[in-house]
Design a protein around this ligand. Structure first.
Ligand SMILES: NC(=O)C1=CN([C@@H]2O[C@H](COP(=O)(O)OP(=O)(O)OC[C@H]3O[C@@H](n4cnc5c(N)ncnc54)[C@H](OP(=O)(O)O)[C@@H]3O)[C@@H](O)[C@H]2O)C=CC1
Ligand SMILES: Nc1nc(=O)c2c([nH]1)NC[C@@H]1CN(c3ccc(C(=O)N[C@@H](CCC(=O)O)C(=O)O)cc3)C=[N+]21
Length: 296
């Protein structure tokens, strides 16, 4: 039977609508406008597309958007000085430094210089520690978006077998933490995993975050499983540039119970969750009750 398509684009629109409602209330009742600062170093075309899209959607939900575009050979000291300035700016509630950074910049150092309260990516070691110990934190946007779609589809995830393929700090690891938090039995697979097909075949939930076009074929998918495809891969097919995920959508959707498409799945949810995190950070910064249903 053909899988149900989980429409991330439509889901993201509902998240943004909720965010817009909270932004309007913050303005009316407290005269506060949440502000998000995005820092882009260099001119990677894909990064430029994401940053533009983030800026546009930030303004659409009524928040302030500030973009800092720095030269590709910006020094670490200059970048740290900018982060420090944003940390101390009361009009800025969220800071995102677009990754990857050029090679001469120490990513860990830069990320950990962001004030944890403004770290809307949830990448600061302090937020990573809070998430892994089950305390209130800023939750990374992509895994948060995946969790929202899974909860919406299943209700409870308790007791389900989840396999996360990929162990990066920005997707795989935090995704595994969130699934564990929802009482899944979690396996994290990676490039050294033995018999990956067999591992994936045992999963009720498969999250693929690898960065290899269509590497997960349908015959690895257990009948009726839910498949969340995080991969964003640009390939050429029939002379055209197309975007594909880490899952072979055509064959996987023959076996899965539900599946996210690429594009229109996890990607739009990531940006919606960034906006949600910014509102959450703004409420926390001002000692206000934070919106319900917008975080994990
Ligand atoms: N939709 C969205 O919003 C977002 C999408 N992405 C996309 O998600 C994908 C993953 O991103 P990210 O986590 O940053 O990528 P990384 O390159 O940081 O991590 C990839 C992971 O996949 C594992 N891997 C590589 N090859 C294999 C293999 N053959 N079998 C099993 N595991 C393998 C690696 O294992 P090892 O650790 O052993 O090397 C690594 O853990 C990319 O396509 C990226 O573009 C990323 C962020 C947001
Ligand atoms: N500090 C930081 N935080 C991030 O969250 C971050 C980052 N750096 N670096 C790059 C990755 C990637 N990422 C995406 C966001 C949205 C889409 C997205 O909206 N995708 C659309 C398609 C867009 C297109 O057509 O290119 C979709 O899937 O439908 C994709 C990928 C966030 N990332």
């Amino acid at each position: 039977m053909a899988a149900q398509i989980i429409d991330g684009k439509a889901f993201a629109a509902t998240v943004r609508e909720k965010v817009a409602g909270h932004v309007a209330r913050l303005k009316e009742e407290h005269n506060i406008t949440p502000g998000l600062a995005v820092v882009l170093v260099g001119e990677d075309p894909a990064s430029q597309v994401y940053v533009r899209s983030k800026g546009k959607q930030t303004v659409e939900v009524g928040m302030n958007s500030v973009e800092h575009k720095l030269d590709v050979d910006t020094s670490e000291a200059d970048l740290l000085a900018l982060v420090d300035q944003l940390n101390n700016d009361p009009a800025i509630h969220g800071i995102l430094v677009q990754l990857p950074l050029p090679k001469h910049l120490d990513e860990d150092l830069v990320i950990n210089s962001i004030s944890p309260a403004k770290d809307v990516d949830g990448f600061h070691i302090s937020n990573v520690g809070l998430l892994s110990t089950g305390q209130k934190s800023m939750v990374p946007c992509t895994p948060l978006g995946c969790l929202m779609m899974l909860r919406d589809h299943h209700g409870s995830l308790s007791g389900m077998n989840a396999v996360v393929v990929g162990r990066s700090n920005i997707v795989g690891k935090p995704m595994a933490q969130l699934l564990l938090g929802d009482s899944c039995t979690v396996t994290i697979a990676h490039s050294r995993t033995k018999d990956l097909p067999d591992v994936v075949r045992r999963a009720d939930i498969v999250v693929a975050a690898v960065g290899r076009p269509e590497m997960v074929p349908g015959d690895w998918i257990k009948e009726g499983a839910t498949v969340i495809d995080v991969g964003i891969n640009r390939i050429e097919r029939d002379g055209k540039n197309v975007l594909v995920g880490d899952v072979d959508f055509a064959s996987a959707s023959e076996r899965a119970g539900a599946i996210t498409p690429v594009p229109g799945g996890v990607g739009p949810m990531t940006i919606a969750c960034l906006l949600a995190n910014t509102v959450t950070a703004c409420c926390r910064a001002n000692g206000l009750a934070e919106p319900e249903g917008l975080t994990a």
